[in-house]
Design a protein around this ligand. Sequence first.
Ligand code: PBG
Length: 332
Amino acid sequence: MTFPLFPAARMRRMRRQQFSRDLMSENQLSVKDLIYPMFVLEGKNQKEAVPSMPGIERLSVDLLLQECETLVAHGIPAIALFPVTPQSAKSDNAEAAYDADGLAQRAVRAVKAQFPELGVITDVALDPFTSHGQDGLIDASGYVLNDETVEVLVKQALSHAEAGADVVAPSDMMDGRIGAIRGALEQAGHINTCIMAYSAKYASHYYGPFRDAVGSAANLKGADKKSYQMDPANSDEAIREITLDIQEGADMVMVKPGMPYLDIVRRCKSELAVPTFAYQVSGEFAMHQAAFANGWLAREATILESLLAFKRAGADGILTYFAKEAAQLLKP
Ligand code: PBG
């Protein structure tokens, strides 16, 4: 028996030394790819651990600013802010979402005043503000109303832009919200406020720790978000969602969760060729932390491998709770 291609094709030849591995490396992870999600608390000098997200703390604005100093020093280009709303400020119609002096809006103003070069991304969705924990307004049966919700999301996005947000990121999955928000931003003169659309956002169980972090899990009382977030079984539908958001004026699109959905990231990048982001969500972070704590996975190498996988799949940037740590690991 002969194997005509062997030994001419020895795949291991190029893997033998570091220099040739470096030369043929197809993808690179850089600190410039990383977006750090942060949870913001009311008060002063307040911090609270999130038990299901070891190492992540909710921070009051003053402490958030201290943290931003570190992030800027590390070269992290942007943060994504998530306010933790006190139960007393939640309501059926989420009025607190568009309060010009709300926690998110105050946090944006404070960060932009002190760190103008740090990109600030805000979450546009009503779940931190609704007494029922859904991302939108509901009717008597509990169904999330689309067009009525979009009206509130528009007010919320405008209040973020007025506070100085560089990017508003609708994570609510209502139909038509990108077009409505783009139109309202243009009309109000916020022509350069970008939109990062959570376009392919799945109804995922990997969001559990996040819902603990912002305190919406208790409000949801076991209800799900399947009438607006996508079915994990679907892929073509994600391409339709992303296409619509681009047509409506999104500057960037996002796939969420991340690692279990890298096939969607690849399809998005290959088929649509648009700025593509992915969110390594709270549950993915928690899984890693649990394995590290048990000594089952090697911490630093695994963090970097998990993030490089996003780049290989085609992501231009990654929202990750490991951003700060990865930035340290990537220091030359
Ligand atoms: C809310 C929102 C969620 C996340 C970001 N924005 C949770 C949800 O849809 O229930 C999840 C992020 C994470 O799990 O890290 N609209």
